[in-house]
Design a protein around this ligand. Structure first.
Ligand code: UD1
Ligand code: CA
Length: 457
């Protein structure tokens, strides 16, 4: 293996004012930490080395098994943090990339540029810089007359002249491993914070007459470090912009990107139109030529081609081709709409399937239910699936017609092409083709042929 990545995450993150370790705060719906880990994994096969300290246990757990977590205790600065990785990494990689877990927007392309430069001009290190008027507390890059980087000065100890420097240290480095491990233990203690600054390695290299390379990032957004919740919201905005642009470039229409929230990990087919106020979250997949929104919240759902979802909440639901939902409905875990099935307004489905072409137009609840093809679920239908202790199943067979305000007291089955009258309370199975009504519902006759398309739809 030739490249190793060390990710620093031991800092306290005091300015978040949180009980949750900073790097576990969600960004785009997943812990901030995951972004740097993902970027690291794209760089090298070697497992990322994560330096943890504050909240070490929960951070290590969140990082997962394929990450080497090393605890830095107490955290004595960025130099001291990298030193913790020495025993593990020495002789295991030729190049060592260092970045932060609280800089989640850093891209793999930029790390590639650092590595490329380091390989072209082998020296002790290549670092990432940015040009920005607002310093945000970043260290200043000091270059000599020839333009070589000779020092990084932390803002707290910078002279007015140094403070005026616009080139800033991003805190991302590519080191020649041998040189790093020889020097990182030799960093002097810096006052007043009594820390070992990784940035001092620049001066140490310059003192040896070695040249330090710098790559200037073209996109300063990616060096957004998160120290406060204001920064977190900024990062969320940048991430959202990136993701939205990607989907638009892939052939998805976003009517209003500013109010469209798409998590990384979501996929959307071309010629789908996303209306304003839409949240596509978690592991959601959306097919082609769908219309989603306005005001839809869809989490961990699988939606096929040509579906429509208007102003509804869908969680762990599946929509097959051509099905539609809304406005104002709620599909919960285990809801499935087969091809061309329809849920209108104020419907709720939980662990329930609407068969192909089945319809449920108006305020109804289906829980633990199977509805056959082309069945019609009338307004106000409720599956009484819970007896106070256990959940029971309701089956509505193909072509059945459930009259308005029917209560289906589960476990119960309504047969093929059977029909319930308005207000029926169904406590016993209904045979195929039977007509039932009343409280409790009794068989009152047979359904006449071609009766089934009338009534409320
Ligand atoms: C550091 C750089 C500064 C750079 C800035 C960019 C130093 C001395 N300064 O400053 O030049 O412009 O980053 O963001 O390096 N960490 C540990 N252990 C520690 C201390 C820090 O793991 O003992 C981690 C933190 O969790 C954080 C990162 O290192 O992820 C940076 O630490 P921070 O204290 O924020 O450094 P800055 O003062 O911002
Ligand atoms: Ca910081």
């Amino acid at each position: 293996m030739d490249i190793a990545v060390v990710i620093l995450a031991a800092g306290e993150g005091t300015r978040m004012k949180s009980d949750l370790p900073k790097v576990l705060h969600p960004l785009g719906g997943r812990p901030m930490l995951e972004y740097s880990l993902e970027t690291a994994r794209a760089m090298t096969e070697a497992p990322p080395v994560l330096i943890v300290g504050h909240g070490a246990e929960s951070v290590t757990e969140a990082a997962g098994d394929d990450v080497v977590s090393i605890t830095q205790s107490p955290p004595l600065g960025t130099g001291h943090a990298v030193l913790q990785a020495r025993d593990f990494l020495k002789n295991r990689a030729e190049l060592v990339l260092v970045c932060y877990a609280d800089m989640p927007l850093l891209t793999g392309e930029t790390l590639d540029r650092l590595v490329e430069r380091q390989r072209e001009r082998p020296g002790p290190m290549t670092l990432l810089t940015l040009m920005r008027d607002e310093s945000r507390g970043f260290g200043r890059i000091i270059r000599d007359e020839d333009g070589s980087v000779v020092e990084i000065v932390e803002e707290a100890v910078a002279t007015p002249e140094e403070l005026a420097v616009r080139e800033l240290n991003a805190g991302v480095y590519c080191f020649e491993a041998g040189w790093l491990w020889d020097h990182v233990g030799e960093i002097p203690l810096s006052l007043p914070k009594e820390e070992y600054y990784l940035t001092d390695l620049v001066e140490m290299a310059a003192a040896e007459g070695r040249e330090v390379q710098a790559v200037v990032t073209e996109n300063e957004d990616e060096t957004l470090g998160i120290n406060t919740r204001v920064h977190l919201a900024e990062a969320e905005g940048v991430l959202r912009g990136r993701i939205n642009e990607e989907w638009m470039n892939a052939g998805v229409t976003l009517i209003d990107p500013a109010t469209t929230y798409i998590h990384p990990g979501v996929t959307i087919g071309r010629d789908t139109v996303i209306q304003p106020g839409t949240h596509l979250l978690g592991a959601t997949t959306i097919g082609r030529r769908c219309t989603i929104g306005p005001n839809a919240m869809i989490e961990d759902c699988t939606i096929a081609d040509e579906c429509a979802v208007v102003a509804s909440v869908l969680e762990h639901a599946v929509l097959e081709r051509g099905s539609d939902v809304g406005p104002f409905s709620h599909l919960r875990r285990g809801a499935r709409l087969c091809e061309d099935a329809h849920v209108g307004n104020f419907g709720e489905l939980k662990n329930a399937t609407l068969g192909p072409g089945a319809k449920m137009g108006h305020f109804s609840y289906l829980g633990d239910a199977q509805v056959g093809a082309e069945a019609n679920v009338g307004a106000g239908t409720v599956t009484c699936n819970y007896d106070g202790q256990r959940k029971h199943v309701t089956a509505i067979e193909e072509g059945a017609f459930i009259g308005s305000d029917t209560m289906l007291v589960a476990p119960v089955r309504v047969g093929r092409r059977a029909r319930t009258g308005a207000g029926a309370v169904v406590t016993h199975d209904v045979p195929d083709g039977a007509l039932v009504y009343g409280v409790p519902a009794r068989v009152q006759g047979e359904v006449e042929e071609d009766d089934d398309d009338q009534g409320q739809t």
